[in-house]
Design a protein around this ligand. Structure first.
Ligand code: HEC
Length: 106
């Protein structure tokens, strides 16, 4: 009985801290992005996208024009690196990129 009770409390705590299902964690996204994405973008075209490569997200002729397209592009880029990420990590990076660069309405 006691075990059951502590499990319920634990589950309740997890539930309360999980927050809205669709909001990714932009700080985790920033970290994932730093570790996995910057190097390649920064090395493209003699570094025209800047040292952190983020110029590619705000370039004049950028290719991404919707949140959906952003998801797809992050998935594609990530998959080209190796194993795909779980959706939660894609979500975190998309949230980071959208809040800082793309600013599409959610
Ligand atoms: C091996 C190289 C490589 C890696 C690693 C990489 N990308 Fe890319 N990424 C590209 C290339 C190449 C393009 C641009 C293609 C073009 O110019 O049409 C691109 C474009 C993009 C764009 C679209 C930019 C625009 O035009 O709006 C996004 C968003 C993006 N990458 C996200 C990511 C994320 C997030 C990661 C890390 C998970 C990542 N990329 C890792 C090569 C890479």
């Amino acid at each position: 009985m006691r075990i059951h009770l502590s499990y319920s409390i634990l589950l309740l705590c997890l539930f309360l801290t999980a927050g809205p299902v669709h909001a990714g964690d932009p700080e985790h996204g920033r970290e994932l992005h730093r570790e996995n994405c910057i190097k390649c973008h920064a090395s493209m075209k003699n570094g025209i996208y800047g040292k952190d490569g983020t110029g590619i997200y705000v370039r004049e002729n950028r290719r991404i024009h919707s949140l959906e397209a952003l998801y797809n592009q992050v998935r594609r880029c990530k998959t080209s690196l190796g194993a795909p990420w779980p959706d939660s990590q894609i979500e975190d990076v998309v949230t980071y990129l959208n809040q800082n660069f793309y600013k599409f309405e959610e």
